[in-house]
Design a protein around this ligand. Structure first.
Ligand code: SF4
Length: 488
């Protein structure tokens, strides 16, 4: 058997699923990397850069495109350099090549620190550290301590470039050492998987743990038009039906489903006609005017960029609001700050000004908007009374839709993007330029505020963000009108 060079991530992929490893090596073009996964990678990269500054004046081993050279240089530096710390030191052993985030010299020996953008230690981190440590020790560098550094979400950035305290350290030496004994078997299994034909492995829970496999789309069998997985929070009943060979909602026997929502999904799917309860319109018709239809966009940083913020805070940078007067007059107001300065204060001030003191504020999935408003109230005490009042005026359209409306084209989803085309097909998110969902909005915002983005591009992104958020609130207007029996 000819052995293949493996990286740590390849061994991790093989531990998750040998078919995944095979596909990663032989058919990487079949992988689908989601925007949120890409964003997680970007977060990790940024954290790695900041982490290096926290471990003193270490030596960064480069040569990212020539890892054999990186390994040779790592050996030379570790054997001869008086430096205290090494970043991205590269080692090879047993056919596996790894790069260590941080390797520190100390008394009495070497300390390995793996840096993760996670907010806690997870089982896969132990595997990760075990592979790293097995290779490093096999290459001739015994480790005294094996640690995981992860993000401390209680860290508050002061805006001074000092990130001391953003990482928590957990000594995993005692847990990792026993696991290292399994690494040679993992490597053997990986080598065998790569030496043969495509492994025949059925899909299962391993496809989503510890990470969503990028080959789920490739491995999934063709789905019927109405797969039973669209049963909302289906859980046990979905598993039972699959075990019985029932894959299509239309094939579920009558009386088999207990939950009202599941029964409605089956009934509507079979009839092809939507259902709307009168109660939805009655609930909405009780709301006075003016009515405000509101939506927020937020951004998260693993490494906080703005003073007073913490890792992974949801920081609002944009809002859109359609204001409806009695009689149907509709106007649009919005806020978006792409200056790169912290937008939260201006966001909050403009919001309390725009929303006035009374009138219901309709949102879609209230916990999100309410949560952000309460956070802003905590940050800006002078606005707290008005912000809390705004939270108190919120009315959630989502549960009204979930309990009282279903259309066969929604296919088990009440997201605004699933509901809107069933009510106002002339409005659609696919027609928008660059921003069609929340993750794209975050990416567009980050690009817009980057110092190297030219003004023309920033203007284009600003427009795309405004169009996207405006459509979200217009969609709410259309949904509310439809429920009330008004022309959508
Ligand atoms: S989708 Fe599942 S079965 Fe297919 S390669 Fe990935 S983990 Fe393996």
């Amino acid at each position: 058997m000819r052995s293949r060079g493996l990286s740590k991530s390849k061994v991790m992929a093989g531990v998750q699923c040998q078919k995944r490893l095979y596909l990663e090596v032989n058919h990487p073009e079949l992988a689908e990397v989601s925007r949120s996964t890409q964003m997680r990678f970007d977060h990790g990269k940024r954290l790695g850069e900041v982490a290096r500054r926290l471990y003193g004046s270490g030596v960064l081993i480069g040569h990212d495109d020539d890892l054999a050279r990186a390994a040779a240089e790592s050996k030379a530096l570790l054997d001869q350099s008086p430096a205290d710390a090494f970043f991205e030191a590269t080692f090879s052993h047993g056919g596996v090549l790894v790069r260590a985030d941080v390797l520190q010299r100390g008394e009495p020996g070497l300390r390995l620190v793996e840096v993760k953008s996670s907010t806690k230690v997870k089982p896969q981190h132990l595997q990760d550290c075990a592979i790293q440590s097995w290779v490093i020790e096999g290459a001739g560098y015994p480790l005294e301590r094996i640690e995981l550094a992860y993000v401390d979400t209680s860290f508050v950035y002061q805006g001074d470039g000092n990130y001391a305290g953003i990482l928590r350290h957990n000594d995993l030496t005692g847990e990792v050492r026993p696991l290292m004994q399994a690494v040679p078997d993992w490597v053997d299994q990986c080598q065998q998987a790569l030496a043969g034909a495509l492994p025949n492995i059925a899909m299962g829970e391993h496809c989503r743990f510890p990470h969503n496999c990028p080959f789920i789309g490739h491995c999934s069998p063709p789905q019927p038009e109405y797969p039973i997985t669209m049963l909302h929070h289906g859980g046990k009943i979905v598993q039972e039906l699959i075990a019985e060979g029932i894959n299509d909602v239309r094939a579920i026997p009558e009386g088999r489903l207990k939950k009202q929502v599941h029964r409605r999904i089956r009934r509507v799917t079979l009839s092809g006609r939507y259902e709307l309860d009168d109660l939805a319109g009655e609930m909405l018709s009780r709301l006075p005017y003016p009515r405000y239809y509101l939506d927020f966009e937020t951004v998260q940083f693993v490494v906080p960029e703005w003073a007073g913020t913490r890792p992974y805070n949801q920081l609002p940078f944009q809002w859109s609001c359609h204001v409806e007067e009695e009689g149907g007059n509709l106007r649009h107001v919005d806020f978006l700050d792409t200056s790169g300065e912290p937008p939260m204060r201006r966001f909050a001030v403009s919001l309390v000004d725009a929303l006035g003191d009374d009138g219901p504020i309709l949102v879609y999935n209230m916990s999100f908007e309410k949560g952000r408003v309460h956070e802003l109230a905590g940050t800006f005490p002078d606005l707290a009374r008005r912000l809390h009042a705004i939270a108190g005026r919120m009315v959630d359209l989502l549960p009204i839709a979930q309990e009282h409306y279903y259309h066969p084209a929604m296919k088990g989803s009440w997201s605004i993007k699933a509901v809107l085309p069933t009510i106002a097909p002339e409005l659609n998110y696919q027609g928008l330029a660059e921003v069609q969902d929340g993750t794209m909005a975050q990416s567009a915002y980050l690009e817009a505020i980057a110092s190297n983005t030219d003004p023309g591009r920033r203007d284009k992104l600003t427009l795309a963000l405004k169009e996207y958020c405006k459509l979200d609130t217009l969609a709410m207007v259309k949904i509310a009108h439809f429920f009330e029996g008004k022309a959508p």
